[in-house]
Design a protein around this ligand. Sequence first.
Ligand SMILES: *Cc1c(COP(=O)(O)O)cnc(C)c1O
Length: 382
Amino acid sequence: MINKDKIKKFRDLRTPFYYYDLEVLNNTLSTLRKESEKHGYIVHYAVKSNANPRILQIISSYGFGADCVSWNEIDAALKAGFDPSRIVFAGVGKSDLEISNALKAGIFCFNCESIPEIEVIDDLAQSLGTIARIALRINPLVEAHTHKYITTGIEESKFGIHTWELDNVMNRLTELKNTELIGMHFHIGSQITKLSVFQSLCTHINELNEWFSSRGRELKIINVGGGLGIDYENPETYPMFSEYINLLHEFLDLKAGQELHMEPGRAVTGQCGSLISKVLYVKNGSNTLFAIIDAGMTDLIRPALYQAHHKIENLTSRGDLYRYDVVGPICESSDTFAKFIELPETKRGDIVAIRSAGAYGEVMASRYNLRELPAAVFSDEV
Ligand SMILES: *Cc1c(COP(=O)(O)O)cnc(C)c1O
């Protein structure tokens, strides 16, 4: 909770900064642990959503694994106490150096997206005298029997291996001696709030599971990826872990000995973070009032990049409601956080909170316009 005491202290801090509410983070993590443990599911936190060292340490202290998309993320996860045997490495473009480093670190599994990538991993594993455990990231958007969609799939997505390629992949794997196929992996998108989407994913996974076992391959790991959304309209709400995990339990037909893994990112870190900023100027436009704040798209790029919506609150005004466009100081028109939103009368010096900014916020900050990177402030520090 951002109470009066906190707001008073915010006034003395250099803005903008990310404010992390540890109570929200810990509540989120304990719910996720409780719900996943019910069924023995294994969680790999998607580090790319927030790689702040303290956040990583807190998440690792719950015993979760990590889902990483670069060597630097693996390195950060290791430094934060994640166990290498619980780290998975995803991404369409893993470099040779990243693969070698990950092999040397003894990570659990490479989630692979193409035959050429698997060949390089095999090669590097051989030169290091080791065996790489791999899972295939399969692109479930493609219905193997619908030719039209296959074509669309090829054109649209750089991610994953198409189902029609699986025969080739399996054949190639029999020739590779330093890779061991242990699982299949999926990641169908992000900010998914309709749980029925995950139900379709389950149906697809069940079919593939049958396909592998009909070829005498029992894969130990089924990794459903991440993507569970959060409610950006209602920053106080928690993600639907219980509904999500129950749905997986109900609709996935796991075979004996198969483990279910998942990789939530946004759902873990989204609601614990707010971007705190000060109003610099209020300026009259021809049809609107601009509230120009000292945070910009360099601090939180989601609205500019994906037209994402974040709830914005003026923490220091209780005046009458007016309509504002809330914009940043960066020299780009897309540097707009919200258009025509209602805020209590806003003036220079007011403190605003851009809510639900814990995921894909601080971690995507840049120094464009040579701005300072935003600081991180934790609720037990102020
Ligand atoms: C980004 C990503 C995730 C996390 O996605 P969220 O939508 O933040 O849950 C999980 N797995 C993979 C492979 C990813 O690329």
